[in-house]
Design a protein around this ligand. Structure first.
Ligand SMILES: [Zn+2]
Length: 221
């Protein structure tokens, strides 16, 4: 399958723009809208949530946060992340601003890796840590759609690749982000703005960190 993909998506393919990566990581570029509106909303989010005044919505990646989407397909996930503004249905996190949620990467159930945003552009995926965290969403829900072996393998390869490019110190599941709340990593200005998460399951995260044991990651706080 990997060979077939490499073959179909070779660097010269006119169908997809691919980033030059090591041979074992194929990343399909599927950029979501990042227009002036999204840029302005991202800068506003950084200012309001983190007190960070920047000209560009860039981040210095020091951690990777792994998620599952609950949304059952990549197409539906892309459609959910694509609009710059938070849809009306997300009233629960409206207090955090009008920037729509998104993630730099999405991994499909067969392990296909899609990149939706540059790694160093801020995405809204994890309260308190977006200013320094690259988000990886997986098409899964932990119930009828459990995380797959192919996703475990793809997360391992993608994070290994990212750790070569950036000084990544932590790999955590969204459900583990509360462990950073009492540290200086947590930049959310409103102590009451927090939502409890259960993605992905801890067993998956432990398996993933085992596979990443060659990286010099720090234990979670
Ligand atoms: Zn999540």
């Amino acid at each position: 399958m990997k060979k077939l993909l490499l073959c179909l998506l070779g660097l010269s393919s006119p169908l997809y723009a691919t980033e030059p990566t090591p041979d074992d990581v194929v990343i399909i570029q599927k950029p979501i809208i990042f227009d002036e509106t999204r840029k302005a909303l991202t800068l506003q989010y950084m200012q309001q949530r983190y007190g960070m005044l920047q000209d560009e919505p860039t981040i210095e990646p020091r951690m990777v946060v792994v998620h599952w989407t609950v949304i059952p397909t990549f197409a539906q996930t892309f459609a959910a992340f694509n609009p710059p503004q938070l849809p009306a249905a997300r009233a629960g996190i409206r207090a955090g601003g009008d920037l729509n949620v998104s993630s730099q990467f999405v991994i499909d159930r067969d392990g296909t890796i899609y990149q939706l945003m540059p790694e160093t552009t801020m995405a809204r995926h994890t309260i308190g840590l977006n200013y320094t965290a690259i988000g990886i969403e997986n098409i899964a829900d932990g119930d009828t759609l459990p995380m797959t072996e192919a996703q475990l393998d793809a997360n391992t390869r993608l994070i290994t690749y990212l750790a070569k490019k950036y000084p990544i110190e932590y790999v955590l599941g969204h459900s583990e982000c509360h462990r950073f709340r009492d540290t200086s990593w947590w930049r959310e200005t409103d102590a009451n703005y927090f939502t409890e998460k259960n993605d992905p399951d801890i067993a998956f995260m432990n398996q993933l960190r085992n596979k990443l044991s060659k990286l010099s990651l720090k234990p979670l706080p």
